[in-house]
Design a binder for this molecule. Structure first.
Ligand code: ADP
Ligand code: MG
Ligand code: MG
Length: 368
């Protein structure tokens, strides 16, 4: 009997479109030759407004036909799923709540969601409550992995080297005119310039600024505060950016190490998602001893936040001093065919279809 895999994709985050690309790649891999007959795929699309769509509508989104095109389709075309609940919104077909009946049939969930409302423990909490196995980290690992302040506290406790940082609350930036200058003084005194100002709970470099002066610092704090209540400011390092993929539950394995190279000032949103702006070097040209240290630290980081299934751990390698500093962990890294995570495993001997197969098996193993 085929295992029914619920693909959960889209989501209420700035990385909605990245999720669609990852979901397409994963859906293909689950039905690749190697996995023939094993899986039945049921797509569930989470729209940006948080509504769920299952069945034909979700399938169409997965097959690149955008939700916009869906809107212009005949409003009274027969619905593939019987559904009694109709929303009050005017676009009838788009707003039909179709998920509950299909969701009950799922054997294992594959939440392919990046960023807040998906990679952060929210969806994981809901799936846990449903008592159905799901791919990836649970509530704790996802939540710690999403919040850069909590993440760094966990790393510090595990003795993993990282840059100096200051945790900031939005209220220090916005509400009190006496507090803000003091905060800026403290940042300048402790971290100096350049430093990086970040919303604590985001991804894809959204809301992140590299700042070199007091004026830039003030603007960057104000900007980051518009994204999140929790902010972090980090001392800037000049370093190579290297990444390691981790796969497994209680005895996880580390992949070969990869490197990202680019011309821009830092690895910002545009560099990440513009074709040709960044290159992946797999494996990274590193001394063996350095690569081994990175792999060890990646496994430590995975355990430090209680990650499960998969994670990509990102580091700064300061070549001049040989220092390896952890930057962050991502509990659901980009997962398109050209993304770092699957490519690191391909270079380590695990093909894309094999990788998604293992992830599903790890979800089942963890649940029992
Ligand atoms: P995200 O979770 O959005 O990917 P990161 O913390 O990884 O955010 O930061 C995005 C990019 O910004 C990094 O890949 C790196 O290029 C740059 N960056 C972030 N923090 C620092 C730092 N402390 N020193 C130097 N570069 C940094
Ligand atoms: Mg991240
Ligand atoms: Mg990053």
């Amino acid at each position: 009997k085929k295992l029914r895999v619920g693909l959960l994709f889209g989501g209420c985050s700035g990385e909605h479109e990245v999720s669609l690309s990852s979901a397409r790649a994963i859906a293909q891999a689950l039905s690749a030759d190697q996995n023939t007959g094993k899986y039945e795929i049921l797509p569930f699309y989470i729209r940006k407004d948080g509504r769920w769509q299952a069945g034909e509508l979700a399938q169409q989104v997965l097959e690149s036909r955008t939700p916009l095109q869906l809107e212009s389709s005949t409003p009274d075309s027969p619905s593939p799923i019987a559904s009694s609940e109709i929303s009050t919104a005017n676009t009838q077909q788009l707003n039909r709540w179709q998920s509950p009946s299909q969701a009950a049939e799922i054997d294992v969930w594959f939440p392919i969601l990046h960023g807040p409302n998906g990679e952060d423990g929210t969806v994981q909490g809901m799936l846990k409550l449903m008592q159905v196995p799901f791919v990836g980290s649970g509530v704790l690992g996802s939540a710690i992995g999403m919040d850069k302040i909590a993440m760094k506290m966990a790393f510090a406790h595990a003795g993993i080297p990282q840059v100096k940082y200051i945790a900031v609350n939005r209220s220090q930036v916005w509400s009190n005119p006496c507090v803000f200058p003091k905060l800026c003084d403290e940042i300048e005194g402790t971290l100096g310039y350049p430093c990086f100002v970040k919303p604590a709970n985001l991804g894809s470099s959204v809301g992140i600024s590299k700042v070199r002066s007091r004026t830039e610092l003030e603007t960057a704090l104000d900007n980051a505060a518009s994204y999140d209540r929790r902010l972090i400011v980090e001392a800037g390092v000049v370093a190579r950016e290297v990444e390691c993929a981790v796969l497994g539950n209680d005895n996880p394995k580390a992949s070969v190490v990869g490197e990202i190279t680019f011309e821009s000032d830092f690895y910002d949103y545009e560099t990440k998602y513009t074709q040709g702006e960044a290159d992946l070097l797999i494996p990274a040209p590193l001394p063996d001893a350095i690569a081994t240290q990175i792999q060890d630290l990646a496994l430590k980081a995975f355990a430090a936040i209680d990650a499960a299934g998969l994670a990509r751990v990102d580091f700064f390698y300061v070549e001049a001093t040989g220092e390896i500093l952890i930057n962050e962990i991502n509990t659901f890294p980009g997962f398109t065919a050209t993304s770092m995570y699957p490519q690191l495993w391909a270079a380590s001997g695990i093909s894309f279809p094999e990788l998604v197969d293992q992830l599903v098996q790890l979800a089942l193993e963890r649940h029992t």
